[in-house]
Design a protein around this ligand. Structure first.
Ligand code: ATP
Ligand code: MG
Length: 287
């Protein structure tokens, strides 16, 4: 299935999240049936990350945004744990620290953007500055409303510098969110994840949806597209995202760089010659 085409927000497209079914699973019936495909995509991503790192000319930035409990952490855990930690990192955007708040809103994002050869995952991102900031009125409208253009320019600059950008909005229903909160409540190993804010933020759901719709509409571009991923079913979310990432990485033309040394020379000098010496030595000592 071409989930990239199905879930991408085309540049300038109007977004109405209420029209998109968060429980969508396409023709796939179950986790078990989707599993081989997910594994295949993950293996492909891992192989291509090795090439991306070896090649050292391009980078990949994955942006994950969602309301609480939609599965950002699950995506990181399930889809990226096979990549080599050398060359891969995850950055979680929390409330800005004093130092971060003293700079422009893109500063901390730029600081964490991937260098050549790297894969970086933003768990939340600079988009919080047009989402939570808007919903909680942490900045006035004339301030946050100018940020869409600033974000597009920032992402264009990263893209021009060799960074492939893929952005995912994990779309869940309020009912599914409540069910996941309840599961956390029933599981002592996950009690630490529960906060009052999770429940109070829920009350602001329509305001978040409004903020997300505008952000998705105004910042989905050819060079940094948004994808709206139905995420009520965790396995389907993993299937769609892994397919989109693997498909994109395949298009990046990643290959092993050529060697800069004379391999034959090295083989002769350090391996064949030394092996000969070792052989000679062992013959000598036996005599
Ligand atoms: P989980 O799903 O596990 O709860 P999380 O991403 O919600 O993960 P938290 O530590 O619970 O992590 O929350 C981080 C909080 O920081 C979020 O409520 C987010 O909206 C907030 N935040 C991130 N960026 C900003 C920002 N620029 N200004 C204000 N708040 C921000
Ligand atoms: Mg949270």
């Amino acid at each position: 299935m071409n989930y990239r085409k199905k879930f991408v927000v085309d540049a300038g497209e109007k977004v109405q999240l209420s029209k998109i079914d968060p429980s969508y699973t396409g023709k796939h019936e179950s986790h078990e049936k989707a599993m081989p495909k997910i594994q295949e995509h993950i293996a492909c991503m891992d192989k291509l990350q090795y090439l991306l790192y070896a090649d050292g000319n391009q980078s990949l930035l994955i942006v994950l945004q969602a309301l609480d409990a939609a599965g950002k952490d699950g995506v990181v855990r399930h889809l990226f744990s096979g990549m080599n930690p050398q060359g891969t990192s995850v950055f979680g955007f929390k409330q800005p620290s004093k130092d971060e708040a003293a700079h422009d809103f893109l500063w901390r994002a730029h600081l964490r953007a991937p260098g050549k050869g790297e894969v970086v995952i933003f768990n939340r991102s600079h988009y919080e500055d047009v989402l939570v900031v808007r919903v909680h009125k942490l900045a006035e409208k004339p301030v946050w409303s100018k940020r869409y253009d600033l974000i597009n320019d920032f992402e264009k600059m990263l893209s021009n510098n060799g960074t492939r950008i893929l952005k995912f909005f994990l779309h869940i229903s309020p009912e599914e969110q409540l069910e996941r909160f309840k599961q956390r409540l029933d599981d002592p190993s996950r009690h630490w994840k529960i906060s009052d804010a999770d429940y109070t933020e829920r009350e602001l759901w329509p305001k978040y949806i409004e903020a997300y719709e505008e952000a998705l509409e105004k910042t989905s571009t050819k060079y940094a597209p948004w994808h709206i991923i139905p995420a009520n079913h965790k396995w389907f979310r993993n299937l769609a995202i892994s397919e989109i990432i693997a498909g994109t990485m395949k298009e990046m033309g990643l290959k092993l760089p050529p060697t800069h040394v004379d391999l034959e020379e090295i083989r002769k000098k350090y391996h064949i010659a030394e092996q000969e010496q070792v052989k000679q030595g062992s013959k000598g000592s036996g005599a």
